[in-house]
Design a protein around this ligand. Structure first.
Ligand code: ADP
Length: 604
């Protein structure tokens, strides 16, 4: 079985501290909307007053027109009702428009806030949850918007006016009012019980859906591998298992909901029968008119309608609450620094690492263990070591992408924890192992490396990265779209474009993670020459196993299991690592000669 997305439920099923309920933020969103909600309530008041007209019309027709043959009265009543219908339509339209404004405002405010928050979260927070979780958050914004501006908002606005219908029933036919006094608590109890019964079911349904969505995200991201290895047969059981779990939970939750909705419908029917029976008894006793009974029945429909909806729309409310809490948890999460504490100016590029320890999980072994190093400005420092020794992690800690658990990283002797991400990214260019581009043109992708990149800067960076010749050969040149994630380009082209993006802002420090992994020999040698040129006034730190790049490095830091095994001038360290002489000026060692980290002094 391929190792795909871990089942997040297995983690969630373990005992975990109860998440802090955070819903205060929604008050900040709703408060400025108060005047708009007041308008909705005012319009709803008129809509509900107009709703009283139909039963009164019926009452008049039965009690006055039918028995006395008053056709003129009927004429007047019909004209009146036509006017009422027109007003009712206009008012409903107005209410819908107002609620559209609410929807728009909620979308703008919450959607923008979520986006800004995601941009401000530290990388570790973003990496700590599956991508399906982050996608779900944007669906949560939709849930909040729909609840505050959709049918549920109308229901909440209409509910208080149920009192109007209730009052009118008492005026028209008091005995029927008393029947309702008995029935209404039954509806309230049903709504409450429905809420309790569904709460857990809704949570379970959401969790299984999130498991399924995590798998979908992985299947899409890994589609080429799935095709190449024909993994469909092996993935199918996993998909079926997660899909079945989500369907089962949805059915279970749905059946609970259906039971309550159906119970509520039966209760409505029984209320109707009871009201009519009681009404008939009073009519026979000449204590109530036929019109009053029919009008009361109509009013009861208006009264019980919202109560019925209340039972059914409990899922909407629970979904809203969960979305609000999930968003609240993210809104409350700690952000990266917003403003730098000191003004450093353009750094020279001296880097210091003081007893840095870093671990991915709290109780796991440290990935970097008391790392100390000092890199003076300029020159090329190569970080070598076996897979999993912590090289990439060290680069990320050096760039401030991961905060050290203890110890400090210094840039020109200033702790980098004092600087914003934006400032650090201006000073330290980065070429990651996985070269990610974004949909857009080649020019746009290179320009992302700095603000307001000029054509000269873009051209210079492209030439340095060795992409210029291939770009001008394309029919649209720098305007050529790179496709989703840069899919139109080869791995090597992507890697060099990412290098150009890192160079365009001319950062004093450059961090490169296996920058030649996709390059051919010639491109690798070009890159080595560019790096030598850049190293005259830039500090270059690169993770590499490439003999070509190692041969131009000035210093080597050898890592093993998160500790520095050896560090010093390349001329000293490389011969120890490769057990054969290698120097910056000498021809590179053969590509097969991967570093075999021998302990310091252990190899000669
Ligand atoms: P290298 O670059 O030397 O191959 P890395 O720095 O990528 O090594 O990884 C060092 C160790 O940290 C490995 O054991 C790896 O499994 C672990 N690791 C890397 N990234 C993560 C992550 N996001 N979460 C948990 N562990 C990680």
């Amino acid at each position: 079985m391929p190792h795909l997305a871990p089942d997040p439920s297995s983690e969630q099923d373990q005992e975990q501290p109860r998440p802090i309920l955070r819903h205060e933020w929604v008050n900040d969103v709703v408060k400025p909307l108060k005047p708009i909600f007041m308008e909705v309530i005012a319009v709803s008041l008129f809509i509900n007053i107009l709703a009283l007209c139909a039963p009164i019309f019926t009452l008049q027709v039965y009690d006055r027109v039918v028995f006395s043959g008053g056709l003129t009265t009927l004429q007047g009543l019909v004209i009146g009702m036509v006017l009422v219908a027109v007003f009712d339509y206009v008012l409903r339209q107005v209410r819908a428009r107002i609620l559209q404004t609410v929807a728009l405002r909620v979308d703008v405010v919450v959607g923008k806030r979520l986006f800004e928050k995601l941009m401000a979260l530290p990388l570790r927070s973003l990496e700590s949850r599956p991508s399906a979780f982050w996608q779900l958050l944007f669906r949560d914004v939709e849930v909040v918007r729909n609840t505050l501006s959709g049918a549920s908002a109308v229901l909440v606005a209409d509910l208080p006016f149920a009192v109007l219908f209730f009052g009118l029933i008492f005026i028209l036919a008091a005995p029927l009012g008393f029947v309702l006094v008995v029935v209404m608590p039954l509806f309230a109890a049903l709504a409450w019980y429905s809420a309790k019964a569904q709460q857990k079911a809704v949570k379970r349904e959401k969790r299984t859906l999130s498991n399924r969505d995590t798998l979908i995200a992985e299947l899409i991201a890994g589609r080429a591998t799935i095709k190449a290895l024909a993994l469909d047969d092996r993935i199918r059981p996993l998909w079926e298992e997660r899909s079945a779990a989500s369907i089962e939970e949805a059915i279970q939750r749905g059946s609970k909901n259906d039971t309550h909705v159906n119970l509520s419908a039966s209760l409505t029917m029984m209320t109707n029968v009871t009201l009519t029976t009681v009404g008939a008894l009073f009519i026979v006793a000449h204590e109530m008119t036929m019109g009053a009974l029919i009008a009361s029945n109509m009013l009861m429909g208006r009264l019980l309608g919202p109560l019925n909806q209340l039972v059914g729309s409990w899922k909407t409310y629970l979904g809203f609450r969960q979305s609000v809490e999930r968003l609240g948890e993210i809104f409350a999460a700690q952000e990266e620094l917003k403003e730098s504490r000191i003004d450093l100016g353009r750094p020279k590029g001296e880097l210091g690492v003081e007893s840095v320890t870093f671990r991915y999980q709290k109780d796991a072994a440290p990935t970097l263990d008391s790392v100390n190093m000092k890199i003076s400005p300029g020159g090329i420092t190569a970080i070598v070591g076996p897979n999993g020794s912590g090289k990439t992690t060290l680069l990320k800690v050096l760039m401030g992408l991961y905060p050290a658990e203890s110890g400090r990283v210094l840039l020109d002797q200033a702790d980098i924890a004092q600087f914003t991400r934006r400032e650090l990214s201006t000073w330290m260019g980065y070429v990651p192992q996985e070269c990610v581009l974004f949909s857009g043109s080649i020019r746009e992708n290179i320009a992302q490396g700095t603000t307001d990149a000029s054509d000269e800067q873009i051209l210079k960076a492209s030439r340095q990265a060795g992409v210029h010749p291939f770009i001008i050969d394309l029919s649209d040149g720098y305007g050529t779209p790179v496709g989703e994630g840069g899919s139109v380009l080869s791995g090597g082209q992507r890697q060099r474009l990412v290098l150009a993006r890192a160079l365009v802002g001319d950062p004093p420090v450059l961090m490169l993670d296996e920058p030649s992994s996709n390059l051919d020999r010639k491109a690798e040698e070009d890159l080595a020459r560019t790096l030598v040129e850049l190293s005259k006034d830039h500090t270059i730190i690169m993770v590499t196993h490439s003999p070509v790049l190692l041969s131009v490095s000035n210093r080597v830091v050898a890592l093993d299991r998160g500790r520095i095994l050896a560090s010093g001038p390349s001329s000293e360290i490389l011969p120890r690592l490769f057990a054969r002489p290698a120097a910056p000026t000498q021809p590179p060692a053969p590509a097969s000669a991967a570093p075999s980290l021998a302990p310091p002094g252990g190899a000669s």
